[in-house]
Design a protein around this ligand. Structure first.
Ligand code: ARG
Ligand code: ZN
Length: 886
């Protein structure tokens, strides 16, 4: 925490490092009240750029005990210490610098650097945590070979791990022991990791296609040994997939995963020693939902894929974060699509983009996939860098096609192996390998905001042509008032009476792209552009943005009949789902209008009928049916309403409840049938078929509970008999949301009694309670802050309870008296001191204050202003507050 106002750093100011580190030797001596870190850095002046420059090292919260240059201790006048740096003016061109520091992992609540999670020591260095361990050139373009020794008490910390290969283990005789590790791959400090704890492991092995035998181990506390199978299976699938799809093999004899309970993010790809939030690695049918199983598979894959996209080829600077994150998210999304249902995965990812990432783009923290500046890099691990970054890579894949894309990735990995590079290097490799000009496409990296595509369609019956007129625009974002047209791949089809029509663009060679001539990717490049299809024998309904081919908002003035046609008959799964969403949104907005004008609400029967027909169609994937019948959330509806004059939380909520109830009643018998039909009798497995059935069955349960009070009995029976957490938690949610107070309290108490020993399940319980409706919600959440199961130092618990309330209980969070905001602000205030990263993340819902009509909007701003006036703000919180209040 500084007193001076933190300042921004800029991409345009990037300079190569004046010094490089060839080898880094670290010796850790771990104790209960301190850790002593000795570092010997083998430094060399960077030829050409470092002439005459002083050596400036990064460091934070370090107590320097000793410093020596080439073995000679430096006196106080020979170096200078500032707040976050140590400088030595005169150094030779090549030398070693040795330091000894004292740090206090036990007191490190920021969960950055070396810290204690329950009984173990662990590290999180990305992005700039290594500087809390020792004085260093803590930037990703400084890559060194690491040799690490760890000394600790043997009984408490029998397992001592770091990156690379184990080279020695010694018993020191005094109850302490030491392990030495060596990582042959030069790496930036952000990929360093250390773990010391009383851990057990589940062991397996994998033979790479080149014949290397890799030993795989997942380290956990003894009680969690039975929850590692799914992660292990996922790891082996990921290793095989990366060989098959990208030709990438693993490069060491060891791959370790460690589960820790206190972790700011999901997981971390440290070289050969991935560290995971336990919520992203531990699984069992009894304690984990289907969603949880899928998350574990995706995150294990994500971190593993980083071994190439991130570690072997890393980022030059943190402005290039999306180079590794966007690419790796694209890779893990394709992996998940291959392992499960491709369409469902695409719909889930598009939903995240449209609800959360578009909101980020429309808010005060909007930034490009490659940001131009930041105050605190931790604030830029965002949906824009990760998910929109992945969409940008996906668009390259779409434009180039799979073969040329693979050539591009091969060239990228080959050319830059062992280097720290930029997003531009990635695009160049893709361009060169494919011969495609991505000149205009590059703007996707630099330009913030969500493009809007306004499309019009015109059918000329005499000429048998159909013309799509496309306009693109992007609203201004902070610091970017003017926007330029982007190259947008717009995948389209034309739906006729008997199915999708063959497509022929006027003036182009016949469309024979694959056997499927009903699908075409238009390249939109201008602010305004027309595409004419010829030989169109009937008036079609355009099927637009198929597969969510670009991260844009699309406007087309569909009639409800046209949406029904797309929803029931188009051959693109995403478009069908999207049509159902658009239809629902138009109905919801209509009902909200009626409510606001005190008219009787009337839900369009066309919509109700279309939904029921969909639900009756047993030829469809139940998972898709569930996604199509799930109404958009109140948060998303608020984002949409913001563009139409300010969101009113009460009428949005009422409208949604009205439509839900109408749909529940209209199709009650069909819901009941779907509930009964989709029962899974086979033993639990997290496989697509079962997941789909459970998802539609549990959605049916939600609607049934709304249709009739008696149906709560179904939820109670399901809760009582459920043999897996998916069904148990779904039933608990329904009872808590729709049951009587007594039913709810009984179920919640029972759930806690059963699961109090399972921290991850208790987190779900906290989240369910945060979303219980009604006036008492805030008091309940406040009460839970004092519960034995809650701990403000554990980010998972904070996310479940406090995040769960802000994001999952809109009506109570947005109470008109502002008490919800005040409560939220007080938690942020406490976390600002103990864990700034989490504090800054929790601010997000308040930063949307401009979206809300009075009195909410003003009250949200008032709370931000109160926080901004606090005396000691972390750079993380300061950045979000100052940008939200301009
Ligand atoms: N590289 C990690 C991942 O995406 C995330 C690390 C984030 N760390 C942070 N301090 N923000 O898998
Ligand atoms: Zn990542």
């Amino acid at each position: 925490m500084r007193d001076a106002r933190p300042s921004a750093i800029y991409l345009k100011d990037y300079r190569p490092p004046a010094f490089l580190i060839e080898r880094t030797e670290l010796a850790f001596d771990l104790h209960e009240d301190r850790a002593i870190v000795e570092a010997t850095l083998h430094l060399r002046r960077n030829s050409g750029v470092g002439a005459g420059e002083a050596l400036v090292l990064h460091g934070q919260e370090l107590e320097l005990l000793w410093l020596a240059l080439d073995g000679r201790e430096l006196g106080e006048g020979e170096y200078s210490l500032a707040e976050d740096s140590l400088s030595i003016a005169d150094v030779p061109d090549q030398f070693t610098l040795s330091s000894r520091c004292r740090i206090r992992p036990q007191d490190n609540t920021s969960l950055e650097g070396l810290y204690k999670s329950r009984t173990m020591f662990c590290t999180q260095c990305e992005a700039e945590g290594f500087r809390k361990i020792t004085w260093y050139l803590d930037r990703p373009d400084v890559m060194a070979e690491f040799e690490v020794s760890i000394e600790a008490e043997k009984a408490r910390y029998p397992v001592l791990l770091s990156n690379g290969n184990p080279v020695a283990a010694e018993d020191l005789g005094n109850g302490r022991h030491r392990a030495r590790w060596h990582d042959p791959f030069p790496k930036p400090a952000y990929l360093f990791a250390l773990v010391a704890g009383d851990l057990r492991s589940v062991d397996d092995s994998f033979t790479t296609r080149g014949g290397r035998q890799v030993s795989l181990r997942i380290f956990v506390e003894e009680k969690d040994l039975d929850k590692c199978d799914h992660a292990m299976i996922s790891l082996k699938k990921s290793m095989r997939w990366d060989e098959e799809v990208y030709g990438r093999e693993y490069d060491l004899d060891i791959f370790n995963i460690v589960a820790v309970d206190d972790f700011n993010m999901g997981a971390m790809e440290n070289k050969s020693l991935n560290i995971f939030n336990s919520s992203c690695v531990l699984c069992s049918p009894e304690t984990t939902t289907d969603k949880g199983f899928q998350t574990v598979e995706a995150i294990v894959a994500h971190e593993y894929f980083h071994n190439w996209s991130g570690n072997r080829v890393t980022c030059r600077d943190w402005f290039q974060l999306s180079l590794k994150e966007g690419f790796t998210v694209f890779r893990d999304a394709e992996f998940s699509a291959d392992m499960g249902s491709r369409t469902v995965k695409r719909v889930e990812d598009a939903t995240v983009m449209r609800t959360a990432q578009f909101a980020e783009d429309a808010g005060p923290m909007a930034h490009p996939v490659r940001p131009d500046s930041f105050i605190e890099i931790s604030n830029f691990y965002t949906l824009t860098v990760y998910e929109k970054g992945a969409e940008v890579v996906r668009m390259i894949h779409t434009l180039l096609g799979p073969e040329a894309f693979r050539k591009g990735s091969d060239l990228y990995f080959e050319r830059h192996d062992g280097q720290a590079v930029t997003c531009e290097d990635f695009v160049l490799a893709m361009e060169e390998a494919s011969g495609t000009d991505l000149g205009q496409f590059r703007r996707w990296y630099a330009q913030a905001g969500t493009p809007l595509l306004s499309v019009g369609g015109d059918y000329d019956e005499d000429a048998q042509t159909y013309t799509l007129s496309v306009r693109q625009s992007t609203a201004p974002t902070p610091g970017q008032p003017e926007k330029q047209p982007l190259l947008i791949p717009l995948a389209v089809g034309l739906l006729g009476d008997a199915g999708n029509l063959p497509l022929q663009l006027e003036g182009e060679a016949p469309n024979v792209e694959s056997e499927d001539n009903t699908h075409l990717v238009l390249k939109v490049t201008e602010a305004e552009q027309q595409f004419v299809f010829s030989g169109v024998r009937e008036r079609p309904v355009p099927s637009l943005l198929r597969g969510f081919s670009a991260p844009v908002r699309l406007e087309y003035n569909y009639s409800r009949e046209e949406l029904c046609a797309l929803m029931s008959r188009d051959d693109d799964g995403f478009v069908r789902w999207d049509a159902a969403q658009q239809l629902a949104i138009s109905v919801l907005q209509e009902v909200e209008g009626q409510i606001r004008e005190d008219q009787a609400a009337r839900v369009d029967p066309l919509y109700l009928k279309a939904c029921e027909t969909l639900l009756q169609d047993t030829s469809l994937d139940p998972a898709m049916v569930a996604e199509m019948l799930r109404l958009p959330g109140e948060g998303y509806l608020a984002e949409l309403a913001a563009r139409r004059g300010g969101a009113r939380v009460e009428s949005i909520h009422l409208a949604r409840e009205t439509v839900l109830k109408a749909l529940a009643l209209h199709a009650e018998a069909t819901w009941l049938e779907a509930y009964r039909r989709n029962v899974v009798n086979a033993p639990y497995a997290p496989v697509a078929g079962q997941i789909a059935a459970r998802s539609l069955r549990n959605l049916s349960l939600e609607y049934l509970a709304l249709a009739r009070e008696e149906h709560i009995a179904l939820a109670r029976a399901q809760y009582a008999s459920a043999g897996n957490m998916t069904d148990s938690l779904a039933a608990l949610r329904v009872i808590s949301q729709r049951g009587t107070d007594a039913q709810r309290d009984e179920a919640l108490d029972d759930f806690y009694r059963r699961w109090q020993a399972e921290a991850l399940v208790v987190n779900q319980w906290l989240q369910v309670q945060a979303t219980v409706p009604g006036e008492g919600a805030l008091a309940r959440v406040q009460g839970l802050l004092q519960h034995e199961a809650f701990d403000l130092r554990n980010p998972n618990k904070v996310r479940s309870l406090v995040g769960g309330f802000a994001n999952g209980n809109p009506l109570q969070f947005h109470r008109a008296d502002g008490a919800g905001y005040r409560f939220h602000g007080e938690v942020i205030e406490a976390l600002n001191t103990s864990n700034p990263q989490i504090a800054a993340r929790l601010l997000a819902p308040l930063t949307r204050w401009r979206n809300y009509a009075a009195p909410q909007g003003a009250a949200m701003r008032t709370e931000l202003e109160r926080l901004a006036a606090l005396p000691k703000l972390s750079p993380d919180v300061f950045e979000v507050l100052s940008k939200s209040l301009v």
